[in-house]
Write a protein that binds this ligand. Structure first.
Ligand SMILES: NC(=O)c1ccc[n+]([C@@H]2O[C@H](COP(=O)([O-])OP(=O)(O)OC[C@H]3O[C@@H](n4cnc5c(N)ncnc54)[C@H](OP(=O)(O)O)[C@@H]3O)[C@@H](O)[C@H]2O)c1
Length: 250
């Protein structure tokens, strides 16, 4: 029997990168999948990929910074599939790498609102559904920058530390409701977010010198970790920050 037969998985930021790879894997493992993001065309591309692989899936256009849209995302999930078992709160932005003094208020708000407020809002609407159902699993995408930091990463890193903290708070508050909550901390992954890094002349040398496994990670490698954490194989895993970085930043 499939790992997630009869289960419903919601993936925010499912229109590309780690979210898309995870949505496809959830579908391949038998879950019904809800893909949420702002870009309709790319969101529907994920839906098409999953449908071609035989999965049941829908797209809900959502900006995770806006409470009414996050509430709608959860309501649409219940309307279509009647339950919510797994939430991968993955939507996030990198902002612009800049020292703290040079960071604008606009960038601060975009990064903090998407990464931290977005994860909080998602859990705010997901948790009551899981409580009523008798349990669930929430995986929040932080970053290796959520457990360490670097120059010109201060605001992004702060938002990701906040995700680790609020995930631990949720694991503490809702374990009694049989809800597991875990933060994941990927290192450099081959997605739109690292395009600029990968375009640098010295990108290969930088990766070789920073990543013990000497290569960038693929979104599917993070997705495999997400699948495991969401499955019953990880039934005693709750709280903490799960590093998926090829050894970088540990
Ligand atoms: N790539 C890395 O090296 C790396 C490392 C550590 C952590 N991460 C984290 O991994 C997550 C996914 O990033 P990625 O690497 O897969 O890059 P990506 O391809 O750029 O994916 C980011 C996703 O977040 C969505 N998103 C952004 N703002 C949103 C908003 N306001 N509302 C709803 N969705 C929003 C985007 O969709 P729309 O634009 O369509 O809304 C997109 O689907 C992020 O949280 C990122 O911080 C990435």
């Amino acid at each position: 029997m499939s790992t997630f037969a009869g289960k419903v998985a919601l993936v925010t930021g499912g229109s590309s990168g780690i979210g898309r790879a995870s949505a496809i894997k959830f579908g391949q493992h038998g879950a019904k999948v809800v893909v949420a993001a702002r870009r309709e065309k790319e969101g529907n591309e994920t839906v098409e990929m999953l449908r071609r692989a035989g999965g049941e899936v829908m797209f809900v256009q959502t900006d995770v910074r806006i409470a009414s849209q996050v509430e709608n995302m959860v309501n649409q999930t219940l309307k279509k599939y009647g339950r919510l078992d797994i939430a991968f709160n993955n939507a996030g932005v990198g902002g612009i790498m800049a020292r703290l003094v040079r960071t604008t208020e606009e960038i601060f708000d975009e990064v903090a609102d998407t990464n931290f407020k977005g994860v909080w809002l998602s859990m705010k609407y997901e948790i009551p559904v899981m409580q009523k159902q008798g349990g669930g699993v929430i995986i929040n995408n932080a970053s290796i920058a959520g457990v360490s930091t670097a120059e010109r990463l201060g605001v992004y890193s702060g938002s990701k530390h906040a995700i680790v903290a609020i995930s631990n708070a949720a694991a503490t508050e809702y374990g009694r409701d049989n809800i597991r909550v875990v933060a994941i901390c990927p290192g450099w992954i081959n997605t739109r977010m690292t395009e600029e890094l990968r375009a640098q002349k010295d990108a290969d040398a930088l990766i070789q010198s920073s990543v013990p496994l000497k290569r960038i990670g693929e979104p599917e490698e993070v997705a495999e970790t997400v699948i495991w954490l969401a499955s019953d194989a990880a039934s005693y895993v709750s709280g903490g920050a799960f590093i998926v970085s090829g050894g970088m930043g540990v």
